[in-house]
Design a protein around this ligand. Structure first.
Ligand code: ADP
Ligand code: MG
Length: 225
């Protein structure tokens, strides 16, 4: 499903070049649950932006669902991001002062889902993450763990082929983090493919495979169960 071949990414800023990724290659198949681990500065977020088709690497190829990202137009990239990829961020990135339901429906509006279908679909997705009784709460009226669950429901709005999460438990308490991980495990058991970035070994240990990054290079790639 995901094919990454010899990707390098160099940031050029104020005459300083930073190599954030150096010759990274790996594949992710349908139904996998992969954690990408590494210390701060190891290139995790850079890789996530590339996997999410938000950035194109300096060199190397990235293919998702048979499409080579470098050859796509902006319009095609926007479509891939809306239809193929669900994003979960550390800071939730929900619309403030907007209900959980409206937040989950937003990608459906961009994705052209009809008005009649949006409400029942968003309500079901929220119920699936345990927020059936919080649909009409505004995002600022929810706890961090609840906001992240809304973000997961939103990420699933267009039934993407892959869920990408960048430090999804980074802002949460241990207990809230465990709830988020349990949801990812449930989604993976239902067939969703998940790539999750974390720097916490405990969180990563719930995935089925761990890729270790260090200084922009893959230094380990282990299946764990
Ligand atoms: P991580 O998410 O693992 O902490 P990042 O991918 O954010 O790592 O960063 C990898 C390296 O690239 C770091 O040295 C960082 O300072 C650098 N970097 C990240 N983003 C930029 C940017 N937009 N411009 C310049 N350097 C960057
Ligand atoms: Mg990061």
């Amino acid at each position: 499903m995901i094919h990454v071949a010899h990707i390098s990414n160099v940031y050029d800023k104020d005459l300083v070049q930073t190599t954030a990724l150096a010759d990274v290659s790996f594949d992710v198949s349908d139904g996998e649950f992969v954690a990408i681990m590494g210390p701060s500065g190891s290139g995790k977020s850079t890789l996530m932006h590339i996997l999410g088709a938000l950035d194109v690497p300096t060199s190397g190829t990235y293919t998702i669902g048979g499409k080579e990202i470098r050859t796509c137009t902006e319009e095609e990239l926007a479509k891939i991001r809306n239809k193929n990829i669900g994003f979960v961020f550390q800071a939730y990135n929900l619309l403030p002062r907007t209900t959980a339901l409206a937040n989950v429906m937003l990608p459906m509006i961009y994705g052209g889902v009809s008005k009649e279908k949006r409400v029942p679909l968003a309500a079901k997705l929220l119920a699936d993450v345990g927020l059936g009784d919080r649909m009409h709460h505004k995002s600022n009226e929810l706890s961090g763990g609840q906001q992240q669950r809304v973000a997961i429901a939103r990420a699933l709005a267009m039934n993407p082929s892959i869920l990408l999460a960048d430090e999804p438990t980074g802002n949460l308490s241990t207990q809230q983090g465990e709830e988020i991980i349990a949801i990812f495990q449930k989604l993976n058991a239902q067939g969703h493919t998940i790539v999750m970035i974390t720097h916490e070994a405990y969180i990563a240990s719930h995935a089925k495979r761990i890729i270790h990054l260090k200084d922009g290079k893959i230094v380990g790639d282990t299946k764990i169960h």
